[in-house]
Design a binder for this molecule. Sequence first.
Ligand SMILES: NC(=O)c1ccc[n+]([C@@H]2O[C@H](COP(=O)([O-])OP(=O)(O)OC[C@H]3O[C@@H](n4cnc5c(N)ncnc54)[C@H](OP(=O)(O)O)[C@@H]3O)[C@@H](O)[C@H]2O)c1
Length: 377
Amino acid sequence: MTDTASTLALRSDVRTDGTLELSLREVPLPEPGPDEITVELEAAPLHPADISQLLGPADLLSGRHMGAGPDAKAVFRIPDDRFPSVAARVGRSLPVGNEGVGVVVAVGTRQLGLLGRTVSVMGGGMLARHRVVPASNALVLPEGTVPARGAAALINPLTLLSMIGTMREEGHRALVHTAAASSLGQMLNRVCLQDGIPLVNVVRRPEQVALLTAQGAVLVCDTSAPGFTRDLDDAVVAAGATLAFDAVGGGTLASQVLSAMERACSAGAAEYRRYGSTTHKQIYFYGGLDTRPVQLDRSYGMAWGVGGWLLFARLARTEPGVLAAMKARIAAELETTFATHFAAEISLADVMQDGHLDAIAKRSTRAKLLVNPKKSL
Ligand SMILES: NC(=O)c1ccc[n+]([C@@H]2O[C@H](COP(=O)([O-])OP(=O)(O)OC[C@H]3O[C@@H](n4cnc5c(N)ncnc54)[C@H](OP(=O)(O)O)[C@@H]3O)[C@@H](O)[C@H]2O)c1
Protein backbone atom coordinates (compact mmCIF):
# COMPACT_ATOMS: atom_id res chain seq x y z
CA MET A 1 0.00 0.00 0.00
CA THR A 2 1.10 3.60 -0.50
CA ASP A 3 2.38 5.48 2.53
CA THR A 4 0.52 8.62 1.51
CA ALA A 5 -3.15 9.56 1.70
CA SER A 6 -2.78 12.40 -0.76
CA THR A 7 -0.95 13.18 -3.97
CA LEU A 8 -0.01 16.22 -6.06
CA ALA A 9 -2.24 16.92 -9.07
CA LEU A 10 -2.66 19.65 -11.66
CA ARG A 11 -6.06 21.32 -11.62
CA SER A 12 -7.89 23.65 -13.98
CA ASP A 13 -10.53 25.89 -12.38
CA VAL A 14 -13.02 28.26 -13.99
CA ARG A 15 -13.98 31.09 -11.60
CA THR A 16 -17.13 33.21 -11.45
CA ASP A 17 -14.99 36.31 -12.13
CA GLY A 18 -14.41 35.06 -15.69
CA THR A 19 -10.91 33.66 -15.15
CA LEU A 20 -9.34 30.22 -15.54
CA GLU A 21 -6.69 29.19 -13.00
CA LEU A 22 -4.10 26.42 -13.30
CA SER A 23 -2.47 25.22 -10.08
CA LEU A 24 -0.98 22.20 -8.34
CA ARG A 25 -2.97 20.82 -5.39
CA GLU A 26 -2.64 18.08 -2.82
CA VAL A 27 -5.70 15.90 -3.48
CA PRO A 28 -6.92 12.83 -1.58
CA LEU A 29 -5.56 9.47 -2.74
CA PRO A 30 -7.94 6.70 -1.64
CA GLU A 31 -6.84 3.12 -1.07
CA PRO A 32 -7.64 1.01 -4.16
CA GLY A 33 -10.86 -1.01 -4.07
CA PRO A 34 -10.77 -4.79 -4.72
CA ASP A 35 -10.51 -4.37 -8.52
CA GLU A 36 -8.46 -1.16 -8.52
CA ILE A 37 -4.80 -0.30 -8.71
CA THR A 38 -2.78 2.73 -7.61
CA VAL A 39 -0.30 3.86 -10.25
CA GLU A 40 2.70 6.09 -9.58
CA LEU A 41 2.73 8.03 -12.85
CA GLU A 42 5.92 8.48 -14.83
CA ALA A 43 4.59 10.16 -17.96
CA ALA A 44 1.36 11.57 -19.38
CA PRO A 45 0.88 13.11 -22.83
CA LEU A 46 -0.87 16.38 -23.60
CA HIS A 47 -3.30 15.45 -26.38
CA PRO A 48 -5.71 18.00 -27.96
CA ALA A 49 -8.58 16.82 -25.69
CA ASP A 50 -6.38 17.30 -22.60
CA ILE A 51 -5.42 20.76 -23.82
CA SER A 52 -9.08 21.73 -24.21
CA GLN A 53 -9.72 20.59 -20.65
CA LEU A 54 -6.60 22.40 -19.41
CA LEU A 55 -7.09 25.76 -21.09
CA GLY A 56 -10.75 25.92 -22.09
CA PRO A 57 -11.28 29.13 -24.09
CA ALA A 58 -8.75 31.10 -21.97
CA ASP A 59 -6.96 34.03 -23.59
CA LEU A 60 -3.33 32.98 -23.20
CA LEU A 61 -2.05 36.52 -23.86
CA SER A 62 -3.80 37.64 -20.67
CA GLY A 63 -1.82 35.16 -18.51
CA ARG A 64 -0.50 36.12 -15.06
CA HIS A 65 2.07 33.71 -13.68
CA MET A 66 2.71 33.45 -9.96
CA GLY A 67 4.81 31.35 -7.58
CA ALA A 68 7.21 28.57 -8.50
CA GLY A 69 7.60 24.82 -8.07
CA PRO A 70 4.63 23.32 -6.18
CA ASP A 71 3.22 26.82 -5.65
CA ALA A 72 3.20 27.73 -9.37
CA LYS A 73 -0.07 29.20 -10.64
CA ALA A 74 -1.27 30.74 -13.87
CA VAL A 75 -4.44 32.80 -14.24
CA PHE A 76 -6.05 33.78 -17.57
CA ARG A 77 -9.04 35.83 -18.61
CA ILE A 78 -11.84 34.05 -20.47
CA PRO A 79 -13.31 36.28 -23.22
CA ASP A 80 -16.91 37.25 -22.30
CA ASP A 81 -18.39 35.71 -25.44
CA ARG A 82 -16.68 32.37 -24.70
CA PHE A 83 -17.59 32.17 -20.99
CA PRO A 84 -21.00 30.45 -21.54
CA SER A 85 -19.17 27.49 -23.09
CA VAL A 86 -17.46 26.81 -19.73
CA ALA A 87 -20.06 28.18 -17.29
CA ALA A 88 -20.90 24.61 -16.18
CA ARG A 89 -17.31 24.25 -14.95
CA VAL A 90 -17.62 26.95 -12.28
CA GLY A 91 -17.09 25.45 -8.82
CA ARG A 92 -15.93 22.11 -10.27
CA SER A 93 -12.14 21.86 -10.08
CA LEU A 94 -11.14 19.70 -13.04
CA PRO A 95 -8.31 17.15 -13.11
CA VAL A 96 -6.47 16.96 -16.44
CA GLY A 97 -4.92 14.16 -18.50
CA ASN A 98 -6.79 11.28 -20.11
CA GLU A 99 -3.98 8.73 -20.03
CA GLY A 100 -0.51 7.99 -18.75
CA VAL A 101 2.00 5.34 -17.81
CA GLY A 102 3.50 4.32 -14.50
CA VAL A 103 4.26 1.61 -11.99
CA VAL A 104 1.58 -0.09 -9.90
CA VAL A 105 2.41 0.71 -6.26
CA ALA A 106 -0.74 -0.57 -4.55
CA VAL A 107 -3.43 -3.06 -5.54
CA GLY A 108 -6.89 -4.15 -4.49
CA THR A 109 -7.43 -7.63 -3.13
CA ARG A 110 -8.38 -9.08 -6.53
CA GLN A 111 -5.44 -7.53 -8.45
CA LEU A 112 -2.42 -8.78 -6.47
CA GLY A 113 -0.61 -9.91 -9.64
CA LEU A 114 -0.31 -6.36 -10.93
CA LEU A 115 1.84 -5.05 -8.07
CA GLY A 116 5.12 -3.67 -9.43
CA ARG A 117 4.08 -3.95 -13.09
CA THR A 118 4.46 -1.07 -15.55
CA VAL A 119 1.07 -0.17 -17.01
CA SER A 120 -0.51 2.28 -19.43
CA VAL A 121 -3.69 3.62 -17.89
CA MET A 122 -6.61 5.78 -18.91
CA GLY A 123 -9.36 7.35 -16.90
CA GLY A 124 -8.67 11.07 -16.43
CA GLY A 125 -6.61 13.04 -13.92
CA MET A 126 -3.28 11.66 -15.15
CA LEU A 127 -1.40 14.95 -14.69
CA ALA A 128 -0.75 13.87 -11.11
CA ARG A 129 1.83 11.94 -9.15
CA HIS A 130 -0.57 9.04 -8.48
CA ARG A 131 -3.95 7.81 -9.73
CA VAL A 132 -6.28 5.08 -8.54
CA VAL A 133 -8.04 3.42 -11.50
CA PRO A 134 -9.96 0.20 -12.21
CA ALA A 135 -7.52 -2.52 -13.28
CA SER A 136 -9.64 -2.91 -16.42
CA ASN A 137 -8.42 0.57 -17.50
CA ALA A 138 -4.82 -0.66 -17.61
CA LEU A 139 -2.68 -2.24 -20.29
CA VAL A 140 0.19 -4.25 -18.81
CA LEU A 141 3.34 -3.37 -20.74
CA PRO A 142 6.23 -5.63 -21.64
CA GLU A 143 9.08 -5.43 -19.10
CA GLY A 144 11.52 -2.65 -19.95
CA THR A 145 9.05 -0.45 -21.87
CA VAL A 146 10.27 3.15 -21.49
CA PRO A 147 7.66 5.63 -20.17
CA ALA A 148 7.56 7.69 -23.40
CA ARG A 149 6.52 4.56 -25.31
CA GLY A 150 3.72 3.58 -22.95
CA ALA A 151 2.35 7.06 -22.21
CA ALA A 152 0.07 7.30 -25.25
CA ALA A 153 -0.63 3.61 -25.75
CA LEU A 154 -4.36 3.60 -25.11
CA ILE A 155 -6.49 6.57 -26.20
CA ASN A 156 -5.27 7.13 -29.76
CA PRO A 157 -4.59 3.45 -30.61
CA LEU A 158 -7.96 2.29 -29.23
CA THR A 159 -9.66 5.17 -31.04
CA LEU A 160 -8.38 4.30 -34.48
CA LEU A 161 -8.90 0.56 -34.01
CA SER A 162 -12.47 1.31 -32.88
CA MET A 163 -13.03 3.59 -35.89
CA ILE A 164 -12.18 0.63 -38.09
CA GLY A 165 -14.71 -1.37 -36.05
CA THR A 166 -17.35 1.28 -36.78
CA MET A 167 -16.42 1.21 -40.47
CA ARG A 168 -16.94 -2.55 -40.67
CA GLU A 169 -20.15 -2.57 -38.60
CA GLU A 170 -21.73 0.15 -40.74
CA GLY A 171 -20.85 -1.56 -44.02
CA HIS A 172 -18.18 0.81 -45.36
CA ARG A 173 -14.93 -0.44 -46.88
CA ALA A 174 -12.68 2.64 -46.89
CA LEU A 175 -12.06 5.77 -44.81
CA VAL A 176 -11.44 9.47 -45.17
CA HIS A 177 -9.50 10.96 -42.24
CA THR A 178 -8.84 14.65 -41.57
CA ALA A 179 -5.94 16.23 -39.63
CA ALA A 180 -4.38 13.03 -40.89
CA ALA A 181 -0.78 13.88 -40.01
CA SER A 182 -1.71 13.83 -36.30
CA SER A 183 -0.17 11.20 -34.06
CA LEU A 184 -3.42 9.24 -34.38
CA GLY A 185 -3.47 9.79 -38.16
CA GLN A 186 0.02 8.40 -38.60
CA MET A 187 -0.98 5.31 -36.62
CA LEU A 188 -4.19 4.94 -38.64
CA ASN A 189 -2.20 5.13 -41.86
CA ARG A 190 0.12 2.35 -40.67
CA VAL A 191 -2.81 0.13 -39.59
CA CYS A 192 -4.73 0.72 -42.84
CA LEU A 193 -1.62 -0.16 -44.89
CA GLN A 194 -1.18 -3.36 -42.85
CA ASP A 195 -4.84 -4.33 -42.97
CA GLY A 196 -5.48 -3.39 -46.62
CA ILE A 197 -8.03 -0.64 -45.87
CA PRO A 198 -8.10 2.18 -48.46
CA LEU A 199 -7.51 5.49 -46.63
CA VAL A 200 -7.78 9.08 -47.85
CA ASN A 201 -5.55 11.27 -45.67
CA VAL A 202 -6.59 14.95 -45.59
CA VAL A 203 -3.90 17.31 -44.24
CA ARG A 204 -3.37 21.06 -44.24
CA ARG A 205 0.30 21.59 -45.22
CA PRO A 206 2.70 20.29 -47.91
CA GLU A 207 5.13 19.04 -45.21
CA GLN A 208 2.36 16.77 -43.94
CA VAL A 209 1.89 15.32 -47.44
CA ALA A 210 5.62 14.55 -47.49
CA LEU A 211 5.54 13.06 -43.99
CA LEU A 212 2.66 10.66 -44.71
CA THR A 213 3.90 9.77 -48.18
CA ALA A 214 7.27 8.85 -46.69
CA GLN A 215 5.35 6.53 -44.36
CA GLY A 216 3.76 4.75 -47.30
CA ALA A 217 0.46 6.65 -47.53
CA VAL A 218 -1.06 6.31 -50.99
CA LEU A 219 -3.82 8.94 -50.99
CA VAL A 220 -2.95 12.27 -49.35
CA CYS A 221 -4.81 15.54 -50.09
CA ASP A 222 -3.66 18.94 -48.88
CA THR A 223 -6.39 21.51 -48.14
CA SER A 224 -3.87 24.30 -48.83
CA ALA A 225 -3.18 23.08 -52.39
CA PRO A 226 -4.94 24.94 -55.25
CA GLY A 227 -6.26 21.66 -56.67
CA PHE A 228 -7.60 20.33 -53.35
CA THR A 229 -11.20 19.77 -54.50
CA ARG A 230 -10.13 17.78 -57.55
CA ASP A 231 -7.49 15.86 -55.55
CA LEU A 232 -10.10 14.96 -52.94
CA ASP A 233 -12.57 13.82 -55.63
CA ASP A 234 -9.94 11.60 -57.24
CA ALA A 235 -8.82 10.14 -53.92
CA VAL A 236 -12.36 9.40 -52.71
CA VAL A 237 -13.12 7.64 -56.02
CA ALA A 238 -9.87 5.65 -55.82
CA ALA A 239 -10.60 4.58 -52.24
CA GLY A 240 -14.34 4.03 -52.63
CA ALA A 241 -14.83 5.86 -49.35
CA THR A 242 -18.28 6.60 -47.94
CA LEU A 243 -17.23 7.16 -44.32
CA ALA A 244 -15.07 9.95 -42.85
CA PHE A 245 -13.71 10.62 -39.38
CA ASP A 246 -13.20 14.37 -39.04
CA ALA A 247 -10.97 15.73 -36.27
CA VAL A 248 -11.08 19.29 -37.63
CA GLY A 249 -14.80 19.87 -37.08
CA GLY A 250 -15.18 23.56 -37.97
CA GLY A 251 -15.69 25.36 -41.29
CA THR A 252 -16.52 23.71 -44.60
CA LEU A 253 -14.20 20.69 -44.68
CA ALA A 254 -16.83 18.10 -43.70
CA SER A 255 -19.14 19.47 -46.37
CA GLN A 256 -16.37 19.25 -48.97
CA VAL A 257 -15.76 15.62 -48.03
CA LEU A 258 -19.49 14.77 -48.34
CA SER A 259 -19.57 16.49 -51.74
CA ALA A 260 -16.61 14.44 -52.93
CA MET A 261 -18.31 11.24 -51.74
CA GLU A 262 -21.55 12.18 -53.50
CA ARG A 263 -19.71 12.90 -56.76
CA ALA A 264 -17.95 9.54 -56.45
CA CYS A 265 -21.25 7.71 -55.77
CA SER A 266 -23.10 9.50 -58.61
CA ALA A 267 -20.36 9.13 -61.21
CA GLY A 268 -21.48 6.95 -64.09
CA ALA A 269 -25.16 6.95 -63.04
CA ALA A 270 -27.30 6.30 -66.13
CA GLU A 271 -29.88 8.94 -65.22
CA TYR A 272 -30.16 12.16 -63.22
CA ARG A 273 -31.32 11.53 -59.65
CA ARG A 274 -33.14 14.45 -58.11
CA TYR A 275 -32.31 13.36 -54.54
CA GLY A 276 -28.77 12.30 -55.32
CA SER A 277 -27.12 8.93 -54.92
CA THR A 278 -28.88 6.36 -52.74
CA THR A 279 -25.58 5.26 -51.16
CA HIS A 280 -25.34 6.47 -47.56
CA LYS A 281 -22.41 8.77 -46.86
CA GLN A 282 -21.40 9.41 -43.25
CA ILE A 283 -19.16 11.89 -41.43
CA TYR A 284 -18.29 11.45 -37.77
CA PHE A 285 -16.87 14.48 -35.98
CA TYR A 286 -14.46 13.07 -33.43
CA GLY A 287 -12.38 16.17 -32.68
CA GLY A 288 -12.78 19.92 -32.62
CA LEU A 289 -9.43 21.30 -33.73
CA ASP A 290 -11.13 24.12 -35.65
CA THR A 291 -13.53 25.77 -33.21
CA ARG A 292 -15.54 27.65 -35.86
CA PRO A 293 -19.13 26.51 -36.54
CA VAL A 294 -19.57 23.69 -39.04
CA GLN A 295 -21.01 24.76 -42.40
CA LEU A 296 -22.87 22.16 -44.43
CA ASP A 297 -24.04 23.27 -47.89
CA ARG A 298 -26.21 20.11 -48.37
CA SER A 299 -25.24 19.75 -52.00
CA TYR A 300 -25.01 15.97 -51.71
CA GLY A 301 -28.53 14.66 -52.06
CA MET A 302 -30.37 13.14 -49.13
CA ALA A 303 -28.47 9.95 -48.26
CA TRP A 304 -25.97 11.29 -45.76
CA GLY A 305 -25.47 11.75 -42.06
CA VAL A 306 -23.25 13.62 -39.64
CA GLY A 307 -22.73 12.72 -36.01
CA GLY A 308 -20.36 12.75 -33.09
CA TRP A 309 -18.06 9.86 -32.24
CA LEU A 310 -16.40 9.32 -28.85
CA LEU A 311 -14.05 6.53 -27.84
CA PHE A 312 -15.51 6.11 -24.37
CA ALA A 313 -19.07 5.74 -25.68
CA ARG A 314 -17.81 3.18 -28.17
CA LEU A 315 -15.81 1.24 -25.56
CA ALA A 316 -18.90 0.97 -23.37
CA ARG A 317 -20.46 -1.10 -26.22
CA THR A 318 -17.34 -3.10 -27.09
CA GLU A 319 -17.27 -6.83 -26.33
CA PRO A 320 -14.57 -7.66 -23.73
CA GLY A 321 -12.93 -10.10 -26.16
CA VAL A 322 -12.71 -7.44 -28.88
CA LEU A 323 -11.17 -4.97 -26.43
CA ALA A 324 -8.67 -7.57 -25.24
CA ALA A 325 -7.66 -8.28 -28.86
CA MET A 326 -7.15 -4.57 -29.54
CA LYS A 327 -5.02 -4.21 -26.39
CA ALA A 328 -2.93 -7.25 -27.34
CA ARG A 329 -2.25 -5.77 -30.79
CA ILE A 330 -1.26 -2.43 -29.25
CA ALA A 331 1.13 -4.08 -26.77
CA ALA A 332 2.74 -6.15 -29.53
CA GLU A 333 3.20 -3.15 -31.87
CA LEU A 334 3.95 -0.43 -29.32
CA GLU A 335 7.41 0.35 -30.71
CA THR A 336 6.24 0.48 -34.33
CA THR A 337 2.61 0.93 -35.45
CA PHE A 338 1.47 2.67 -32.27
CA ALA A 339 4.55 4.79 -31.47
CA THR A 340 4.03 8.47 -30.61
CA HIS A 341 6.77 11.09 -30.89
CA PHE A 342 7.15 13.72 -28.17
CA ALA A 343 8.97 17.03 -28.63
CA ALA A 344 10.04 17.38 -24.98
CA GLU A 345 9.46 16.15 -21.44
CA ILE A 346 8.35 18.70 -18.84
CA SER A 347 7.37 18.71 -15.15
CA LEU A 348 3.88 19.32 -13.71
CA ALA A 349 4.89 22.90 -12.83
CA ASP A 350 6.39 23.49 -16.30
CA VAL A 351 2.90 23.06 -17.81
CA MET A 352 2.02 26.48 -16.39
CA GLN A 353 5.01 28.29 -17.88
CA ASP A 354 4.46 30.81 -20.65
CA GLY A 355 6.74 29.19 -23.24
CA HIS A 356 5.29 25.72 -22.74
CA LEU A 357 1.70 26.97 -22.79
CA ASP A 358 2.32 28.58 -26.18
CA ALA A 359 3.56 25.25 -27.56
CA ILE A 360 0.69 23.35 -25.91
CA ALA A 361 -1.98 25.68 -27.34
CA LYS A 362 -0.72 25.03 -30.91
CA ARG A 363 -2.05 21.46 -30.78
CA SER A 364 0.63 20.48 -33.26
CA THR A 365 1.92 16.93 -33.59
CA ARG A 366 5.51 18.18 -33.77
CA ALA A 367 5.09 20.10 -30.51
CA LYS A 368 3.36 17.35 -28.50
CA LEU A 369 4.66 17.42 -24.91
CA LEU A 370 5.08 14.66 -22.37
CA VAL A 371 4.56 15.54 -18.71
CA ASN A 372 6.70 13.64 -16.20
CA PRO A 373 4.99 13.94 -12.79
CA LYS A 374 8.13 12.61 -11.07
CA LYS A 375 10.35 15.34 -12.53
CA SER A 376 11.44 17.86 -9.88
CA LEU A 377 9.23 20.95 -9.79
N1 LIG B 1 -13.44 11.42 -30.11
C1 LIG B 1 -12.53 10.67 -29.51
O1 LIG B 1 -12.87 9.73 -28.81
C2 LIG B 1 -11.07 10.96 -29.72
C3 LIG B 1 -10.12 10.09 -29.18
C4 LIG B 1 -8.77 10.35 -29.42
C5 LIG B 1 -8.40 11.44 -30.17
N2 LIG B 1 -9.36 12.29 -30.63
C6 LIG B 1 -9.01 13.45 -31.48
O2 LIG B 1 -8.06 13.02 -32.43
C7 LIG B 1 -7.39 14.15 -32.94
C8 LIG B 1 -5.93 13.83 -33.11
O3 LIG B 1 -5.33 13.65 -31.83
P1 LIG B 1 -3.73 13.51 -31.74
O4 LIG B 1 -3.37 13.31 -30.31
O5 LIG B 1 -3.28 12.52 -32.72
O6 LIG B 1 -3.31 14.98 -32.22
P2 LIG B 1 -1.87 15.61 -32.42
O7 LIG B 1 -0.84 14.61 -32.68
O8 LIG B 1 -1.64 16.59 -31.30
O9 LIG B 1 -2.05 16.40 -33.80
C9 LIG B 1 -2.97 17.41 -34.01
C10 LIG B 1 -3.03 17.62 -35.51
O10 LIG B 1 -4.10 18.50 -35.80
C11 LIG B 1 -3.68 19.48 -36.73
N3 LIG B 1 -4.45 20.67 -36.45
C12 LIG B 1 -4.43 21.46 -35.36
N4 LIG B 1 -5.31 22.45 -35.46
C13 LIG B 1 -5.92 22.29 -36.68
C14 LIG B 1 -6.93 23.01 -37.38
N5 LIG B 1 -7.50 24.09 -36.86
N6 LIG B 1 -7.28 22.57 -38.61
C15 LIG B 1 -6.72 21.47 -39.16
N7 LIG B 1 -5.76 20.74 -38.54
C16 LIG B 1 -5.37 21.15 -37.31
C17 LIG B 1 -2.20 19.65 -36.46
O11 LIG B 1 -1.58 20.14 -37.63
P3 LIG B 1 -0.36 21.19 -37.59
O12 LIG B 1 0.85 20.40 -37.26
O13 LIG B 1 -0.39 21.77 -38.95
O14 LIG B 1 -0.68 22.19 -36.50
C18 LIG B 1 -1.78 18.23 -36.13
O15 LIG B 1 -1.47 17.52 -37.30
C19 LIG B 1 -7.70 15.28 -31.96
O16 LIG B 1 -8.64 16.16 -32.52
C20 LIG B 1 -8.29 14.56 -30.77
O17 LIG B 1 -9.17 15.37 -30.01
C21 LIG B 1 -10.68 12.07 -30.42
